[in-house]
Design a protein around this ligand. Structure first.
Ligand code: T46
Length: 133
């Protein structure tokens, strides 16, 4: 599995403008149990700084942009989320950080599970330990 996996969403539209529809198990590779969105992020703020044990997610910037750092314990990559037709897959014990939010950024996240704090690894040393096991 590559560290960075994008899904390109088909853009539907007509003379009125654009529309993107995301269907579970079709455009999104799992059954969606939760949707959340991050917006109104203050200047200079960074978020994330954790990994998940089992959760699968797809993140899409529906407005504006932000930078996502992905780290699998061996390799770190930074990518821009800057288009409503690009979904970034977040899975497989990946440390993530979000930086450089534009003022108009709305980051939509589709998740495979309900919110569960026990699925988070919020300590980087603990994350590296889990990667090795
Ligand atoms: C992730 C990245 C991309 C809830 O109560 N329910 C929820 O579904 C979520 C996502 C959060 N919360 C609570 C937990 C915290 O008290 O909202 C507060 C902020 O969450 P957190 O600090 O985890 O937010 P981020 O932006 O650091 O991380 C979020 C997701 O939590 C995480 O799963 O992968 O976005």
């Amino acid at each position: 599995m590559h560290l960075v996996n994008w899904i390109n969403f088909p853009t539907l539209g007509d003379e009125r403008g654009s529309l993107i529809a995301l269907e579970a198990e079709k455009h999104i590779p799992f059954a969606i149990k939760r949707v959340y969105y991050i917006f109104n992020t203050k200047a200079g703020v960074a978020r994330g700084f954790h990994a998940h044990k089992a959760l699968k997610q797809v993140a899409v910037c529906v407005s504006g942009k932000c930078k996502m750092l992905l780290d699998n314990g061996h390799e770190k990559v930074e990518v821009w989320l800057d288009s409503p037709n690009k979904g970034l897959v977040l899975e497989d014990l990946t440390w993530r950080e979000m930086h450089d939010f534009s003022e108009d950024c709305v980051l939509l996240v589709l998740a495979s599970e309900h919110y569960d704090e026990l699925d988070y690894i919020r300590n980087y040393e603990e994350f590296l330990k889990q990667v090795k096991t």
